[in-house]
Design a protein around this ligand. Structure first.
Ligand code: PLP
Length: 354
């Protein structure tokens, strides 16, 4: 069967070269006569992978030695708990922006650790926009936001100036656009969209923010400082996802870095949003100014066309276009690795529906 046009929201498409090189490493890693999957994580070959996987993130983000990079298990969801556990002071308070199901998940977990104020929420409007009318002062230990809302197709374009630490869940748009990453004190992202396979989560932390909560006797596995002191090998790391992530990031670096990826992503998003806007039968769910460059959630205005449209995109070799179960409709995830040619195939199918 020919390769599909993969619009899946994650796990999702990765550069073909990553699949190729990953397959080679599983059979014979670096020509050492052993699989990547059967060598010790303490072997010099894997330690080199981990070292480079940590270093490349800082190069791509243009961050200095005041930041540490970790690759952890437990998904982005574990970070919903680890973030407050590590930086919400005992008796302190955190500010959260509620922009979707994942942001709400982060809020729910943080509330189990300490006090949380939701400083802005678009829940009442089915998360169709990014709230902008709020202020975060120094009374908060940190501010948490979600840069891209994978389900609703909204994205923060301008990050707020806050008078406290800035924490961001970048799971679904990491490495997709140029940002001043030094504005953030803690960034986390599940790998399974723009970075690699599921099973590893990237955490980037400004070291100086740690050790200030007054929380004693912390679980070591949940303590960022422990992971940092063991160079992201406190326990056996998910070796394959880390290696595949390294390959993806090397591919990004060798193809113009984040700046070039952003240009490609803007072109893909423009092609798709222009098609939706000019088509009488399709519309997006969210406000125009908050439209995501990564997840384009849209619906049919006339449901009687559903059968025809579904049959057409499936027969064009498109996969993963159904919307999230909580929103319905369609979602075209156009992550870094998706070529514009695949967007063109979708656009042609949409334009064939009259
Ligand atoms: N945050 C965002 C923005 C997501 O899109 C997702 C999953 O899609 C998550 C968090 C949860 O990630 P995980 O499944 O790695 O826990």
């Amino acid at each position: 069967m020919g390769k599909k046009h993969n619009f899946s929201a994650g796990p999702c498409i990765l550069p073909q070269e990553v699949f190729q090189k990953s397959a080679e490493a599983i059979l014979d890693f670096n020509g050492i006569g052993l699989s990547l999957l059967e060598i010790s994580h303490r072997s010099k070959d894997f330690v080199a992978v981990m070292d480079e996987a940590r270093a490349i993130v800082k190069r791509l983000m243009n961050l200095g030695d005041d930041y540490e990079v970790l690759y952890l298990g437990g998904g982005a969801s574990l970070q919903f708990a680890m973030v407050p556990y590590n930086i919400l002071k005992v008796g302190g308070k955190a500010a959260y922006l509620d922009t979707g199901v994942w942001a709400a998940g982060a809020i729910k977990e943080a509330k189990k650790v300490g006090d949380v104020d939701v400083v802005g929420s678009s829940k009442e409007d089915n998360y169709s926009y990014i709230p902008k009318d709020y202020k975060v002062g120094s009374e908060y230990d940190y501010f948490h936001c979600t840069s891209n809302n994978t389900i609703y197709g909204t994205q923060i374009k301008e990050f707020p100036e806050v008078d406290t630490l800035m924490v961001c869940d970048m799971s679904s748009d990491i490495f997709s656009r140029q940002l001043d990453f030094s504005k953030f004190d803690l960034i986390y992202a599940g790998a399974q969209k723009n970075m690699g396979p599921a099973g590893v989560t990237l955490v980037v932390i400004k070291k100086e923010i740690l050790g200030k909560t007054g929380r004693e006797n912390m679980f070591s596995i949940l303590d960022y400082s422990q992971h940092i002191s063991k160079e992201s090998m406190y326990n056996t790391p998910p070796v394959f996802p880390v290696y595949a992530t390294l390959l993806t990031l090397q591919h990004l670096e060798n193809n113009g870095g984040i700046a070039a990826a952003e240009e490609r992503n803007i072109a893909k998003a423009k092609l798709l949003y222009d098609t939706i806007d000019n088509h009488p039968l399709f519309e997006t769910y969210c406000r125009d100014e908050d439209r995501s460059l990564m997840n384009v959630s849209f619906k049919l205005i006339d449901d009687s066309k559903k059968e025809e449209f579904d049959a057409a995109w499936k027969s064009a070799g498109i996969s993963g276009l159904n919307g999230h179960r909580s929103l319905g409709g369609y979602r075209a995830s156009i992550y870094n690795a998706l070529p514009i040619e695949s967007v063109q195939v979708l656009v042609d199918v949409m334009n064939s529906i009259k």
